[in-house]
Design a protein around this ligand. Structure first.
Ligand code: G6P
Length: 607
């Protein structure tokens, strides 16, 4: 995830910025840059790859003197990881440099407007619109220019800004993206997380959404969007650096679980405009979409299970048959493919060997290919005809969480998009879009509803094995829930289609056998309920996942986890959350190495 730092003081800024950026490396990045102001001159240096390259390029910062500056590590979203796309970005008049963490949702229309007004763009980034807007609105008052600029922006942003007409000052702006001010002695800082600050100061101020800050070496002034001064108390940071990297969470996995409302919002919100889904990335014409006869989804691991969950929404809305195949199987299966087949490849890393091979195989046979990928410029993204990025930010824990939910979110949006192009959802667009937009909030509600999960983990962590059952979409989600538990807690966990129990698995149900029963699909709830009764009557302990106040389930289950009311068509993004938490807390009870489970890798680049 992008990281930003800013410094103003009496010392040379560049070495301090470089050191701060190194502290942000753990967040993941693919390019970096700094801008340093010396009197009235701003110098920018950028590199692709590691911060070490930037240190080498600037002789550890010695080549760029100046006591004020901003820096950035970039995780590519809009545009490949190149030097042009790396931050800081400069205004055309050379007066402003800007670094940005977040996503500007309306950058396309702003970019067109600015080009019409004569501004010249040097990158493909969404960020560059910000610096040109600042130049456009600047009339000698940076504060005012920032307020007017942010009035035009939609999305999330933490910004760092310097202006050559105000030597010694750095500006910070926050909207839905973290930004922390560090208070030093005769020097002040900002950064997108405290890891970059703790070597210099433990006294910080957390900026809030909609707030701006003007920092000089002696003072910090905070103001709101009307320019009114705001007073904020400083907080003393007590975390050690390791805890700070994890945002105060014990593990990256928990941090990433908690990041899901933001990650899903970043993936969905920019693609919804005027009550419709837009995928500029997808170059298929309406005629080509009408001609799709079959969709094959292929992937590995959780990405495969994301495909299993997405299949239901695509089939329901588009009435196109969807086959979900493991990439390791598809590549050797002599697949039946023609020009009417759309292949959807899902991969967080974009580097999974089997997924790449399956994509190549299907392309050779004439399939149109669409990749859903998190890492910009990865192999899958390069190979596929079209790529839709998930914008989850980097995932550090081996077991994916926000990777999965953002992949499913894209599949849901794709279902609506294709169905819209096929003329199949006339009159329902508003309700479907509303359901998609509600997902980030509903994930948050799922957190709030499940504070009892750590206690459930204490009860179930010693089990020899745990079965997961569900039907339809609940079954697809059970598959991912069981995988999460098995990967990180090493408990034996298997998911079964609830209707299949009587064909074998029920033989394994005995006294106190834990069964996690997913009952979130109202259309098929009664059927799952019968299966719960079947396993209960053989002595199973049932931990049910269902809607709040679902009286029928409340009366039969031993324990409960909850989701808020969600549109059944799009439920996986919310329904998986309690299961991720269950896996996490069971693994924690068992003392497992949660972020790095044994024998597993984040990205499997060999067959
Ligand atoms: C590994 C990871 C999983 C991931 C799978 C596919 O097994 O541990 O979390 O789902 O690879 O990875 P991809 O990067 O292609 O999504």
């Amino acid at each position: 995830m992008c990281g930003i730092v800013g410094f103003t003081g009496a010392q040379n800024a560049a070495p301090i910025l470089l050191e701060g950026l190194k502290k942000l490396e753990y967040r993941g990045y693919d390019s970096a840059g700094i801008a340093v102001m010396n009197e009235q001159k701003i110098t920018v240096q950028k590199v692709t790859g590691r911060i070490a390259n930037l240190c080498e390029k600037t002789r550890d910062g010695l080549d760029i003197p100046g006591t004020t500056g901003i820096g950035h590590t970039r995780w590519a979203t809009h545009g490949a990881p190149t030097e042009e796309n790396a931050h800081p970005h400069m205004s055309n008049d050379g007066k402003f440099a800007v670094v940005h963490n977040g996503i500007i949702e309306n950058y396309m229309s702003l970019r067109e407007e600015l080009i019409r007004d004569g501004y010249h763009f040097e990158s493909e980034t969404d960020t560059e619109v910000i610096v040109h807007l600042i130049e456009m609105f600047y009339r000698g008052d940076v504060r005012e220019a920032l307020i007017r600029t942010t009035n035009r922006l939609r999305g999330s942003y933490a910004l760092g800004v310097i202006c050559s007409e105000e030597p010694g000052k750095i500006y910070a702006v926050r909207e839905s993206s973290p930004l922390i001010l560090g208070i030093g002695l005769g020097e002040n800082f900002f950064a997108s997380d405290v890891t970059a600050l703790v070597n210099h100061t433990r006294n910080v101020i957390y900026l809030e959404d909609g707030e701006f800050a003007e920092l000089s070496k002696e003072s910090i002034r905070i103001f709101d969007c009307t320019g009114q001064t705001v007073s904020r108390k400083a907080t003393r940071i007590l975390w050690d650096v390791q805890a700070a990297e994890k945002g105060g969470y014990e593990h990256f996995m928990l941090k990433e679980i908690m990041e899901q409302p933001g990650a899903v919002k970043a993936t969905i919100a920019p693609r919804i405009r005027d009550g419709r889904v837009f995928f500029e990335e997808l170059g298929l014409s309406s005629d080509e979409i009408q001609n799709i006869r079959k969709i094959i989804i292929t992937a590995c691991g959780s990405a495969y299970y994301a495909g299993c969950a997405g299949k239901y929404a695509i089939e329901k809305l588009c009435r196109i048959p969807v086959v979900v195949e493991l990439a390791s199987e598809l590549r050797y299966s002599d697949p039946i493919i023609d020009g009417h087949t759309l292949l959807i490849v899902i991969s967080q890393s974009g580097e999974t060997a089997d997924t790449i091979a399956a994509l190549k195989e299907c392309k050779n046979r004439g399939a149109r290919s669409l990749a859903i990928v998190n890492v910009v410029g990865s192999s899958v993204a390069k190979l596929a005809d079209y790529t839709i990025y998930t914008w989850a930010g980097p995932e550090i824990a081996v077991a994916t969480t926000k990777g999965y939910t953002t992949q499913v979110s894209v599949l849901y949006m794709l279902a609506v998009y294709l169905a819209d192009k096929m003329g199949l959802i006339a009159g329902r667009e508003k309700q479907l879009i509303h359901s998609l937009q509600a997902l980030p909030r509903q994930i948050q509600q799922a957190f709030d509803l499940n504070s009892g999960i750590p206690a459930l983990a204490k009860k179930y962590h010693g089990s020899k094995s745990i079965f997961f059952i569900g039907r339809n979409t609940d079954y697809a989600i059970a598959l991912e829930g069981a995988l999460k538990l098995k990967e990180i807690s090493y408990l034996h966990a298997e998911a079964y289609a609830a209707g299949e129990l009587k064909h074998g698995t029920i033989a394994l149900i005995e006294e106190h056998q834990p069964v996690v029963a997913l009952c979130c699909n109202r259309s098929i709830m009664e059927k799952t309920l019968s299966n719960i009764v079947e396993v209960k009557s053989r002595g199973a302990e049932v931990l049910a996942l269902t809607f709040r106040n679902n009286q029928k389930i409340l009366s039969v289950a031993d324990d409960l986890m909850f989701i808020p009311d969600v549109d059944a068509l799009f439920s996986a993004v919310v329904e998986i959350v309690p299961l991720q938490l269950l896996a996490y807390y069971v693994a924690r009870e068992n003392g497992c190495d949660i972020d790095k489970p044994k024998n597993l890798a984040k990205s499997v680049t060999v067959e």
